[in-house]
Design a protein around this ligand. Structure first.
Ligand SMILES: C[S@@+](CC[C@H](N)C(=O)[O-])C[C@H]1O[C@@H](n2cnc3c(N)ncnc32)[C@H](O)[C@@H]1O
Length: 246
C-alpha cells in the first residue's frame, strides 16, 4: 500500500522507519512518499503561508503550494483519496483503519500553523480525520498514527497475525491483560489459570477479562456490543465478582 504525505516537516516521518512500520517498508508491503509544499512555494523565499483575512493571530497555509503538492501526489499515485488531518475531523477509529487498509494508496495532508485555507477543504480534500479531541502543533503526528494503524492491518505486516486480531477494538472489546516472566514480581503473581496449560479455560478467562475490562473502562463500547450467550454469562460473572462486598 502506498502513502503519499504532504508535510512541511518530512524529516519527522523518519519515526516510521522503526519497528513494524519500518519492516513493512523494507519488505515492500508499504511505501511512503513525502511531498514538501515548500517545493511548490509561491516565491523564491519559499513562502507557503500567509496572514488570515479578517485579522487574528497566527498564519495559515496558502492554497497554491498545497494544491500543487496534492496535484503532484495525485499524478504519482492516481486514485488515492486525500485525507486532511484536523481536530475538526471525524474521529479516527480502528474501523476506519480497517477500511483504509483495503485501499491501494492514500494521500495525507498535514496542516501547520492555524491550519489551511478553507478552499482547499472544499476543492482538494476528500475526508477530514481527527486523532482526538485535543490540538497538536501539526498534522504530522496524526498522519503517522493513522499510517501506523493501517500498516498493522496489512497482511504480513505483523510477525504474528493473531496479534492484530487480539488488539483492542479489533473485536468490539478492549484487549485482555497480558503477563510475561517472571511468574511472581513485586508480590504480584500471574493468574494461576495462565500457567495451567488448559487452553479452553485460558480462552474463557481472556474473553471474560476483555469483557470486564471493557465494561469497566469503556461502558460506552460495551453498550454497543451484541454479546453471545457465553459472553453475557462471563460478563455477569465478572460483574458479580467485582461488585461483591469484601
Ligand atoms: C495548531 S493545529 C490548528 C488547529 C486549528 N486552528 C483548529 O482549531 O481546528 C495545526 C494542524 O495540526 C493538525 N492537528 C492538530 N490537532 C489535530 C488532531 N487532533 N487531529 C488531527 N490533526 C490535528 C492539523 O493538521 C492542523 O491543521
Amino acid at each position: 500500500m502506498r502513502f503519499d504525505v504532504i508535510s512541511l516537516f518530512p524529516a519527522m516521518f523518519a519515526a516510521l522507519q522503526h519497528g513494524i512500520t519500518g519492516r513493512a517498508f523494507t519488505q515492500g508491503l508499504a511505501e511512503l512518499v513525502l511531498w514538501n509544499p515548500r517545493d511548490y512555494a509561491i516565491n523564491a523565499h519559499g513562502q507557503v503561508d500567509d496572514r488570515p483575512y479578517g485579522g487574528g493571530p497566527g498564519m495559515l497555509m496558502r492554497y497554491e503550494p498545497l494544491a500543487a503538492a496534492i496535484q503532484a501526489a495525485r499524478s504519482a499515485a492516481p486514485g488515492g483519496q486525500v485525507l486532511y488531518l484536523s481536530p475538526q475531523g471525524e474521529p479516527f477509529t480502528q474501523n476506519a483503519a480497517r477500511q483504509f487498509a483495503q485501499c491501494d494508496s492514500l494521500i495525507l495532508l498535514a496542516g501547520r500553523y492555524e491550519g489551511i485555507d478553507e478552499r482547499l477543504l472544499t476543492t482538494q480534500v476528500d475526508t477530514v480525520w481527527s486523532v482526538g479531541d485535543y490540538v497538536v502543533s501539526g498534522g504530522e503526528l496524526p498522519a503517522m498514527l493513522i499510517i501506523d494503524s493501517i500498516i498493522r492491518l496489512l497482511p504480513g505486516a505483523l510477525g504474528h497475525t493473531e496479534s492484530a486480531r487480539q488488539d483492542s477494538f479489533s473485536t468490539e472489546l478492549l484487549d485482555h491483560p497480558h503477563y510475561t516472566r517472571p511468574a511472581v514480581i513485586a508480590d504480584q503473581a500471574v493468574p494461576d489459570i495462565l500457567l495451567s496449560g488448559d487452553h479452553a479455560r485460558i480462552r474463557r478467562w481472556r474473553l471474560q477479562q476483555a469483557l470486564g475490562r471493557t465494561w469497566q473502562q469503556r461502558p460506552d463500547l460495551i453498550q454497543q456490543c451484541t454479546l453471545s450467550d457465553e459472553e453475557q454469562t462471563l460478563l455477569a460473572e465478572f460483574i458479580s465478582n467485582t461488585t461483591k462486598s469484601p
